[in-house]
Design a protein around this ligand. Sequence first.
Ligand code: ASP
Length: 607
Amino acid sequence: MSQTMTPDHALATAADNPYRTHACGSLGTEQVGSRVRVAGWVHARRDHGGVYFFDLRDRSGLVQVVANPEQSQAFLAASKLGSEHVVSVAGTLRPRPKGTENPKIPTGGVEIAAEDITLLNTAKVLPFEVDSAAGVSEETRLKYRFLDLRSQRMRDNLKLRHRVGAIVRRELDALGFWEVETPILTKATPEGARDFLVPCRLRPGTFYALPQSPQIFKQILMASGVEKYYQLARAFRDEDLRADRQPEHTQIDLEMSFVQEKDIHAVVERFLKAVFKEAMGEDLETPFARIEYENLMRRYGSDKADLRYGFEIMDLTGLFKDSGFKVFGEAARAGGVVRAIAASHEFSRADIDKLTELVKGLGLKGLAWIKWTAAGPESPIVKFLKPEEIAGVEKAAGAKPGTVVFFAADKAQVAAPALGALRKELIAKLKPAPLKPWSFYWVLHFPLLEWEPEEKRWTFTHNPFTAPLAEDMPKLDSDPGNIRSHQYDLVLNGTELASGSVRNHRADIQRKILSLMAYSPEEQEEKFGLLLNALEHGAPPHGGIALGFDRLIAILRGEDSIREVIAFPKTQKGTDPLSEAPGPVGAKQLKELHIKLDLPPQPAKPA
Ligand code: ASP
């Protein structure tokens, strides 16, 4: 992380501050010989034959303190210090004796010869040492989050988070965006998850919902003439436990009027470029690549494929149009596809079985393969294929001895995601070197609707307010499943980082799409009335995006989980060990809210 990022040295305040004149991490050869006062936490104390050494830590870093017997007050105080006691230390800064410098820390060339040590607070025996949380359970780390956050790792995470937020705000301000807060106590917003509800005491039987996103309000802000809105917004989604989800997360949320997709993309590219430059010292190439959803699915089998790697999917449907090999020929002739992916690796029988299980779980009937050896192509299916078919595969794959080609023959909707999952697995297993460190790209023109087989209706793929492409409008009546939309995602290294769209600013079109999703006119009024009403009173064309702020920071810090970049996250069970939320509430409070509980029976206690 760049050193100039945060003025931690400004931690020390006025010259007559009783606690400190300097920040620990700011001390260096420049101050040698001067009297300094620092304050912080005792990081590690060492007793070296009649001399006490300890590292004092504040947010800016560490500095070594030495207490000699000649300074009796400081020496006696130092003898009683324990880990994480809070002290203020005055003394003279001197160079460390030759050979004892510590090049690993910025203050490693100096130390404070303590003259006065004031104990400001003690600390109980610690459940774990600061900076040694590696083997500690997440439950314990979160219960003692205040200790965990004192570590270098977590400080750097919070510091970067703060810094990135500051850069984004600055860039958006420069572009004329206004930060507007939208309500937390609101009505349900449809983002496809469950709402968290808050009972309303003053109107018994009614509930606020916490926003799944500021979506409706930011659109209403466009109808209000705000034109450029943003917010580092909290979004609440009561989702089932999925890997690395939090019930509340932070989005860089924005919306703009009188724009096309590319204007919105340019805003995001601009602030990300500044973030990468200033916080990471890296030059991002912009504009980012753009790829149509359909094209991406065909070539990589996933709408968030990690394009740091190759492994492109080949479409061989044409090659097998007349194939006598039933599995391929029938798929190719019946409107399906034959697609394949090649990898160079010595796959064992067990490896291939595992890959077969994976794609079968995704609906493929099996996983055909051909392996090239010095003697030529080998596989149980080779005998069914014509020489020109094998030659065609060999050419498409650039096959050499060691190459294995895996095939998927099915409907495109089945083959594409199965090969996408196979590609992901091959990358995880073969661990090829990435072609580049950061792979950003925009996915454009997602389908507007997808069929919900259980409920037998169309539903939105991302957002119910997305506008269809103008040229696909006629399909609203004839072919809803094939309408492309102005919905886009931004993908970074295989993660969906942001999602947004150009919206329907005309109520008639919005109503038509809601009707396709089987919302009756009454339901439309009840659920979306506030937005529709705003659209009907002069809403300008508008669009926007929301970018996962926690996710961005986690990726920048190389953290696997967003829990590591949120100061007070919930566990994967949705609980907070620090505050013990969620917790029961007393009978009095429930009564005030007119709530009677009807809890499921408790599981029987084991005898
Ligand atoms: N509201 C959307 C979301 O939270 C983002 C957007 O379309 O602006 O994912």
